[in-house]
Design a binder for this molecule. Structure first.
Ligand SMILES: [Zn+2]
Length: 484
């Protein structure tokens, strides 16, 4: 059977093909001319702006200030922290020529900004009175990518990076957890993702960090996606860049620093958490249009319904609801319904002559759960702003519940190797592990699953490693999963 050219590959047939169909057909992105680059189209960029505004509010409300640092970093800066340069070397873009001449010292395009911000922190901090220093930057970064995927792995992406300096390890640790906390709030409250906050094992830590914390989100194919990370650097970067302060008693001390980031990958997480075979499904908090009105009718009738739709849209916008009237004259109502379903708009209203005469509009929700799609429902135009505001709140909560149920249904506590392989084939396994890198490598080679995190909420537990039987490390079960 020939597939409608506007439809998408079913998720069950090929999840990765489904993902590609959705990102392009929903007009979120286009491919850039350079391999691994991505053009974010207006509809996709609006989602990012909404996410950015939400997260920026939380960052500022906790006392951080935004600043901007240069894109180009002297190569020597990157080399000062040994683990940092080792971790990033394979992904670096280096500028060797400028102004038609070879540069004396090559410049690196930032893959992250610890080094250049560390240099400035050393200059700006002298006394304990200057601490804590709480900075955040919204920027693009570049990391060379051989196997690009839109939003998930592209050579250039957008993010925010928080960088802070503190007097004590305890203060810096508290900051690391504060940032993880607002990422968790953005992920669950705003993006309606199903996440597990936890700590990375040593093999999965950020290059140069003492401790790395993460949010792991479950995608609809059972894989894990890292939705945000927060790093406690100890004094590693302070020692490399001379970030010191004079204490109250007059001694010179090294600062303790942190960094934390959330990126445009979050849009990939949204797509793969909520989307279905009709396309994208957006949580109202991040939907460019929360409601789309489709006026229906021919001739004089179309003028009347369009005018009523425009008036209704103005009332909805005044009530704070992002509303669009689809007045494309050349497109049929059926085309428009499919198009907005593909683009994930939470609520659609149809307004035809008969609805107008009855003082109502026909409402359809993009998705319902746990019951399947409910029938269209007539709602009174008079009460539309209040009714739709309540519908959008319910839709947001429904998506979060659906994602959490899916995560819980696909997370299995396992105590044998066959149980482990069965669990990671379709979701996440909670397992005890010995912590040896060679053992983790073996697990990955056989199943493609890796340790995603040690969940913060996990109960203390000891026992044999799921793979080799040696005593477990970490004192808790780990989440193992295939990951993006
Ligand atoms: Zn083992």
């Amino acid at each position: 059977m020939a597939r409608d050219e506007r439809s998408v590959t079913p998720q069950s047939e090929d999840f990765s093909a489904w993902y590609n169909d959705v990102v392009f057909r929903a007009e979120l992105v286009d491919r850039g001319p350079v391999r691994g680059s991505m053009v974010i189209r207006p509809y996709g960029y609006r989602i990012w702006e909404l996410l950015q505004a939400d997260l920026d509010g939380r960052i500022k409300a906790t006392g951080h200030q935004n600043a901007y640092f240069p894109l180009l970093i002297p190569q020597s800066y990157m080399q000062r922290e040994a683990e940092h340069i080792e971790g990033f070397a394979p992904e670096l873009f280096t500028v060797t020529h400028a102004g038609g001449k070879e540069l004396e010292e090559p410049l690196v395009i930032r893959p992250t900004s610890e080094t250049i911000i560390g240099e400035m922190m050393a200059k700006w901090i002298s006394s304990y009175r200057d601490l804590p220093l709480l900075l955040n930057q919204w920027a693009n970064v570049l990391r060379w990518e051989l196997r690009p995927r839109m939003f998930l792995r592209t050579s250039e992406f957008l993010w925010q990076e928080g960088h802070t300096a503190h007097a004590t390890a305890a203060d810096a640790t508290a900051e690391t957890m504060l940032a993880l906390g607002f990422y968790q709030d953005v992920a669950v409250q705003t993006a309606a993702l199903a996440t597990v906050p936890g700590e990375k094992t040593p093999g999965e830590r950020f290059a140069g960090a003492e401790r790395t914390f993460t949010l792991e989100a479950m995608m609809r194919d059972g894989r894990a996606l890292q939705a945000g990370t927060s790093h406690f650097m100890g004094t590693n970067f302070a020692a490399a860049f001379g970030i010191t302060y004079t204490s109250e008693s007059g001694t010179a001390e090294l600062c303790h620093t942190t960094s934390w980031g959330m990126t445009t990958r979050m849009i990939g997480a949204l797509i793969m958490t909520h989307g279905d075979d009709k396309g994208l499904v957006l949580p109202p908090a991040l939907a460019p249009y929360q409601v789309v009105i489709v006026p229906i009718g021919r001739g004089d009738q179309s003028r009347a319904t369009l005018s009523a739709a425009t008036e209704l849209a103005a009332r909805l916008r005044r009530a704070g609801i992002r509303t669009n009237v689809d007045d494309r004259p050349q497109a049929s109502p059926g085309f428009k319904f499919n198009d907005w379903e593909m683009r994930g708009v939470p609520i659609r209203l149809e307004l035809g002559p008969r609805d107008l005469a009855a003082g109502t509009a026909l409402m359809s929700r993009r998705l319902s759960y746990p019951e399947p799609d409910a029938a269209k429902q007539a709602i009174p135009l008079d009460a539309a702003p209040e009714l739709l505001a309540a519908e959008l709140t319910a839709f947001q909560a429904m998506l979060a519940r659906r994602a959490a149920d899916f995560r819980d249904d696909h997370t299995v506590t396992v105590n044998s190797w066959p149980e482990f392989t069965a669990a990671v084939a379709v979701g996440w396994a909670l397992a005890l592990a010995c912590g040896d890198q060679a053992c983790e490598d073996e697990i990955k080679a056989e199943t493609t699953a890796s340790p995603r995190c040690i969940p913060l909420a996990g109960e203390p537990e000891q026992g044999p490693c799921i793979r080799c039987g040696k005593p477990s490390a970490y004192g808790k079960r780990l989440i193992f999963a295939r990951a993006y």
